[in-house]
Design a protein around this ligand. Sequence first.
Ligand code: G
Ligand code: G
Ligand code: MN
Ligand code: NA
Length: 257
Amino acid sequence: FTLKNHLRKAIEFDEFLLHFQPRINSQTEEIVGVEALLRWYHPTFGHVPPNEFIPVAEEDGQIITIGEWVLDRACEQNKQWQVLGLPPIKMSVNFSVLQFLKRDLVEIVRATLDKHKLEPIWLEIEITESAVLENNPYILDTIMKLQGMGITIALDDFGTGYSSLSYLRKYKIDTLKIDRSFVMGIPQEAESFEITKTIISLAQALKMNIVAEGVETAEQLKALSEVDCNEIQGYFYSKPLPALQMEEMLRGKTIKR
Ligand code: G
Ligand code: G
Ligand code: MN
Ligand code: NA
């Protein structure tokens, strides 16, 4: 057994599925978007967490195929919800930086949106900061092409990565997602809260949308709302849910907790 070999069969054997976690407007408590999160259920190993298999998929290049599968299903699902007459929301999809290094990414994304007749404004691509992102004119060009199509780009796990600030000058990022390691310390840890407030001010000054990740408590929500964090994601509202449960939540539009 190697994880890598089983992973290679996971699409064919239909072992992947997507869960969806809502993103909530902190003022109106409306669901403004969902993040698609990949799940792998193997018949003998059971649930394998993405933190275990994504690095393996990145190591041997499978992340390209898997990433295309995720994008396809996420767009299909978002369109399906629109066809059902649910309030339109942004679908956020995590992309590995390796996907950005593939020459045909822009064409794949365009073809996937066309296939499902999904307008680009309903898709956001999340990318984690990395050294590769930092100094790569090709990635910069790809991000600009995607944005030119109307897709938005989010910087995930913001604040934990390598040299966060220098490329905010180069790239016109639409959304910053404050990493949950900062949110965890709110409000009791002064340092975490100060850093969070600084990230929020930065996002506001640069006209970026801001999302706090990993919000678990009413205290965190209150503190973040008071400093005008516009969007909230985390267990306080909802853990990532299977499609049908997410659909039921969307029927309610405003989140019930
Ligand atoms: O919530 P969760 O345990 O699912 O996510 C763990 C990690 O796996 C997160 O860093 C998340 O960004 C990543 N992840 C989840 N789904 C995907 C995906 O479809 N593609 C990539 N590249 N990463 C994902
Ligand atoms: O790296 P990325 O931000 O894509 O990772 C999302 C991960 O965070 C997923 O594994 C998701 O299940 C997890 N997550 C989402 N909300 C919470 C939360 O409130 N608390 C904790 N501990 N994890 C969360
Ligand atoms: Mn993410
Ligand atoms: Na994150």
